[in-house]
Design a protein around this ligand. Structure first.
Ligand code: ZN
Length: 136
């Protein structure tokens, strides 16, 4: 495994517009990017905190996994994402060690990252994301 740092922490919110006020006005952070990831039916907003980002996730549809998460557990921390390299090989390695994968191969996430999720049932309750910057 080549994990280098925590790339971001994903936080499920009902409204980015509302939550943003807390991060900007109270914590004094700056939202530097916002995008809709159609694939995952979410709107995202990013705040840089050192090497790590806070990623706010707002569902854009009732079928979004974020909508279901909020319905079940309320707003709050949704996942932790580790920056790594060689994600495809790592997924194979992780699976061979008996961890359940949500994504057997990586897919496109926000910010042009290749991402893949590990199942929280195998990771002590923490939805875990691996992500990799692809060189252009
Ligand atoms: Zn994420």
């Amino acid at each position: 495994m080549n994990i280098s740092h925590i790339e971001h922490i994903g936080i499920a919110v009902k409204s980015i517009e509302e939550a943003k006020k807390y991060y900007e006005e109270i914590l004094g952070l700056t939202c530097y990017a916002s995008e809709v990831v159609e694939d995952q039916k979410v709107k995202t907003a990013f705040f840089q905190v050192g090497q790590t980002k806070i990623e706010l996730l707002e569902p854009t549809s009732e079928e979004s996994t974020i909508a279901k998460f909020i319905e079940k557990k309320g707003e709050g921390i949704h996942h932790i994402a580790f920056a790594t390299s060689g994600i495809e090989n790592e997924l194979k390695e992780i699976e061979s060690k008996g961890i359940n994968l949500i994504d057997k191969t990586s897919r496109k996430g926000a910010e042009g990252l290749d991402i893949a999720f590990l199942h929280p049932k195998s990771t002590f309750g923490v939805l875990t994301e691996l992500c990799e910057y692809k060189e252009k």
